[in-house]
Design a protein around this ligand. Structure first.
Ligand code: PLP
Length: 373
């Protein structure tokens, strides 16, 4: 990096652009990083410079606006407060070895958010608007993108809420689409270590024809008591069974479930009440490449005693290896020495290498963030 600082000009949105430092050789524009202990970041909220907000009114989304405000002025009868009109997304941006900032599978998250909106009768955020919002808010917070090699990433949290007032049960007539970002460390402080799960039979997080397949906050509210109960008993989280019969594995509270069978096959539940995880979808692709013959099918709970390895997957942790699952008075054990299984480790290494640009992006999963100059 050279010392020749230049002040970036405002872009077409008249947005503040950080002081930028053009590199030798031109091309990349880099920003002086925030002074943070990158390698020891927690997975949690922290304030960055800006969040971005778009308002929906009279049938259209507006131009969007960056703000430094961490709070919202909300009508006391807003539908998000009374009738749960709320959905969100979670995705990550990484700095690659070459210093580029990339967002992992941005298009997939955009489409999933639109599906979530539609299912609970909110105006879907168009894919282009979603991408623009993510790029704008990252550009406004460039100094918070964790440097390559620190193990940290920029967590991106888009959210849509009904803000218009209703007391009769009806969809709102006004909405906010917001994106906040924050640098985060690994989800589990202990790192890539197997965790124990408890199968929950007394709580349902989602109904078969309900909203379990979309990312709405209400599903988390419904599952919270199961998670907290499992945690109070010393488990990392609860594993839910299908709601109809309590016979098949559904998913973990915030993550999908997968397992490796004795004959090295990647299996993951097929269920109408689980969230289609983009991490899982990516792992299925990589598993196919590794000859693991991935399969989505109902997984009878008894089968947990047959598996060789098991894991939970989601954006936050990528893969959380599962060391044991407790079902009633029995325990299926996958890790006796506290080490993750070989296949979980290989899948984790491959996916994170792609995210960081250390392995070829052969499926075009990375979306470089265009620089605003
Ligand atoms: C977000 C989420 C996941 C993980 O999805 P990713 O796209 O991999 O982050 C899994 N289960 C539930 C219930 C979720 O909300």
């Amino acid at each position: 990096m050279t010392k020749s600082a230049s002040i970036g000009s405002a872009n077409r949105y008249n947005e503040p652009v950080e002081k930028s430092f053009p590199q030798d050789g031109g091309g990349e524009v880099r920003v002086a990083k925030a002074n943070l202990d990158w390698a020891n970041l927690a997975f949690g909220y922290s304030k960055t410079d800006y969040n971005i907000r778009y308002f929906w009114k009279n049938g259209a989304w507006d131009q969007g606006r960056l703000t430094q405000d961490e709070t919202l002025d909300l009508h006391i009868a807003a539908t998000c407060l009374h009738y749960g009109q709320e959905c969100f997304e979670g995705l990550k941006a990484f700095e690659t070895r070459s210093g580029e900032t990339v967002v992992f599978r941005l298009d997939e998250n955009a489409r999933r958010l639109a599906r979530s909106c539609e299912k609970i009768h909110m105006p879907p955020v168009p894919e282009e608007l979603f991408c623009e919002a993510v790029y704008r808010v990252i550009n406004a917070n460039r100094r918070f993108v964790p440097p390559y090699g620190t193990g940290a990433s920029l967590y991106i949290r888009p959210i849509v809420i009904g803000t218009g007032p209703q007391i009769g049960v009806r969809p709102a007539t006004e909405y906010i689409f917001m994106v906040l970002v924050m640098p985060v460390g690994p989800y589990f402080k202990t790192g890539f270590k197997p965790v124990s799960l408890l199968i929950e039979e007394n709580v349902d997080r989602a109904a078969p024809l309900g909203v379990g397949d979309v990312k709405v906050g209400g599903n988390y509210a419904a599952g919270l008591r199961a998670s907290l109960d499992a945690k109070s008993k010393g488990y990392a989280d609860a594993l839910f069974l299908d709601t109809r019969e309590k016979k098949y594995i559904d998913e973990c509270a915030p993550a999908n479930f997968f397992a490796i069978t004795k004959d090295d096959q990647y299996v993951t539940p097929h269920s109408e009440s689980i969230l289609p995880s983009i991490t899982n979808k990516s792992l299925i692709t990589l598993a196919e490449d590794m000859g693991l013959r991935p399969q989505r099918r109902p997984i009878p709970v008894e089968e947990i005693f047959e598996f060789k390895e098991a894991g939970c997957c989601g954006t936050a942790a990528v893969i959380t290896p599962v060391g044991s699952i407790t079902y009633r008075d029995r325990k299926a054990v996958y890790s006796k020495d506290g080490q993750p299984g070989k296949i979980c480790t290989a899948l984790y290494n491959e996916l994170t290498a792609i995210q960081l640009g250390d392995a070829p992006d052969r499926y075009r999963w990375l979306f470089p963030v265009p620089q605003t100059k």
